[in-house]
Design a binder for this molecule. Sequence first.
Ligand SMILES: Nc1nc2c(ncn2[C@@H]2O[C@H](COP(=O)(O)OP(=O)(O)OP(=O)(O)O)[C@@H](O)[C@H]2O)c(=O)[nH]1
Ligand SMILES: [Mg+2]
Length: 358
Amino acid sequence: MQTGIIGLPQVGKTSLFRILTRARVDAHSAPNQAHVGMARVPDARVAKLAEVFKPKKTTYAAIEYVDIGGLQKDREKNAASLVPLREADALAHVVRLFENPAVPHEAGPLDAIRDILSIDIELMLHDLEQASKRIERVEKDLKKKKEPHLEAEWALLDRCRKALEAETPLRELEFKPEERKMLAGFMFLTRKPMLYVLNLGDEDAADIGRVTEKYHLEKLAERPHTTVVPFCGKIEAELAELDDAEATEMMRAYGLAESGRDRLIQASYRLLGLISFLTCGEPECRAWTIERGMTAQKAAGAIHSDIEKNFIKAEVVNWEELLAAGSFPAARERGRVRLEGKEYIVQDGDVILFRHSG
Ligand SMILES: Nc1nc2c(ncn2[C@@H]2O[C@H](COP(=O)(O)OP(=O)(O)OP(=O)(O)O)[C@@H](O)[C@H]2O)c(=O)[nH]1
Ligand SMILES: [Mg+2]
């Protein structure tokens, strides 16, 4: 699962990418080159279980980020730099809210709402073009023969086109399952879930819980499939260089209760519709990524297709109950371990032991 980082030039996209993936990207080399990297999903549950179970190996979930260059005023050039985003499952738009006289903001004085709209419009124009092209084709085919599936596709695309013309991103429309299937091939950018990263200056750190009001962005977070995460890019970059004790000390000095990096990665994980179930034993404590709403049998496939195929039952215990019991047998004795069938819907934080044949 991949999140594409977008935004105007010089808003801190590559800095964010570096913080998330801990990758060393030379800021001065090829500004318009796309960078791809993985970020470990911070998970206190795995850490706590590992402390008790002392496994040989601890493995966290991971998600991918891609940093494309800044979008330009030149629409032609933008069309090309938007292409890598079509493959992304979600977008993270970095919005500049920090002052830095050494790096002036291309769009002029700081204005989050203006910047958000200007990027949204680029994305909507991209989608409008895709929809219009396909509508033209469908109309041609419909003239030859009135096929019901083409008529359905035309109606759906026409609805998308009208929404886009009214400056409504497609993520705000509701689609039926069969419509979603039809739309899958188009890779519309405004259908992807959106994470707005508010890149704040240091002076906002102590009041980070209230910045959406300060910048009049409360409405933004209420939109469907949209998350807003305030973030102090410069502080987070410094924190990334420190060991845990030093980082905690520095966060206290700035009045930050938790790591912005952790908050941001967890928010994008949720926005992608992902949850983790855990496995825990002597060789390994591990978080496994699945889509929310997956059944136990499907979830088993995340570990191995054979376990999915030969699924018998799942032994399930909530991670906190397992931690309190101290071991799987002890949790069983306390009656905390449930025996679930293949249709059981796996919950975030379930620790699972799969029973399978073969
Ligand atoms: N004060 C301050 N400066 C920042 C922050 N984030 C980035 N910068 C500075 O802004 C400049 C641009 O940062 P980048 O991360 O390269 O921005 P970008 O969005 O990737 O830029 P382009 O890829 O060229 O569009 C660098 O000089 C950073 O040091 C921040 O949160 N605060
Ligand atoms: Mg960059």
